[in-house]
Write a protein that binds this ligand. Sequence first.
Ligand SMILES: Cc1cc2nc3c(=O)[nH]c(=O)nc-3n(C[C@H](O)[C@H](O)[C@H](O)COP(=O)(O)O)c2cc1C
Length: 318
Amino acid sequence: MGGGLSRHELAAAVSDARGLGTIAVNGAGAIRRELAAARALTGRPLAVNVLLPFSRRDWFEAAAEADVVVTFWGQPRRRTGGVWLHQCGSVEEAQRAQAAGADGVIAQGVEAGGHVRGTTPALELLERVRAALPAGYPVLLAGGIAGRDDARAALEAGASAAVAGTRFLLTEESRAHPAYKQRLLAAEETILTELFGAGWPAPHRVVANSATEHWLSGRRSSLGRIRRSKDERREVRGPLTNRALNHVLAPGTRYLPDTLQARMIRAQRPDSRLLTPAGPTDDAPATLVDAGALYAGETVARINEIRPAADLVRELAG
Ligand SMILES: Cc1cc2nc3c(=O)[nH]c(=O)nc-3n(C[C@H](O)[C@H](O)[C@H](O)COP(=O)(O)O)c2cc1C
């Protein structure tokens, strides 16, 4: 979980309990620091996640020191000599990753939290990806996994492993802002949107806050597509002007110096037209809880308590 929501505390706790913990931070220095801090806590394997739209060469040099590198959102290309997994949202993307030499793929379903590449339910995508790739090729499953039954269903359907994000956001070790965690505990539903797309115009799943209330409620004429699929999955892309601006400005916004990006995040308010994808970490301005993206997957409706990560790993694997 990117932007520093998952750092050494969470990754080490998950790995130490015999899951594979993943660090997701921006910048080569931060990757090295978090990996070293996690190594000090556990001798078990660790993963580093790299978001391809933002990555730079030195991020990969730092990430290659992890046992596993997981990439997401972009043209799959081998950038490490070690184990490489690529998270995919379609059969075609999984085939491209396999052809590019990925050691395995993560099939991400549309129910997932954070940025959502998948457009079909996870188990459906799993079946199609497995059918399209050679027998025995590792296909992991992400999206909708929060408890033992979910993990078991994924493995029974042929997944090599179960991947969970949202459930681990609500742990003692995750670096989500405490108020963000409380909002998720209270949430009953999610919205798939493109609202928080400044610098990264891509669909993401969030729970409602003041920013979504401001931009996505009662403005139907300018919202773009509003869709409720047959199973009532809510999808509201956001006002056309915001989305157009996000697309036009993305290359510039993405490469702003860190200090300017930090200023944009500090200045972000629920009614800002440019809403960055920065998640409310516990060291981010508290204003982001209402002005930023409260990323969460559909399992949020079933999660009612914050728990230690190790307990969850044991439950999921049980
Ligand atoms: C808060 C949050 C942040 C995320 N950030 C990233 C990220 O930086 N990189 C990535 O590959 N996936 C990211 N994801 C997606 C996860 O890798 C995974 O697909 C998703 O969490 C699975 O669905 P679930 O949330 O239902 O468990 C994020 C998910 C959440 C909930």
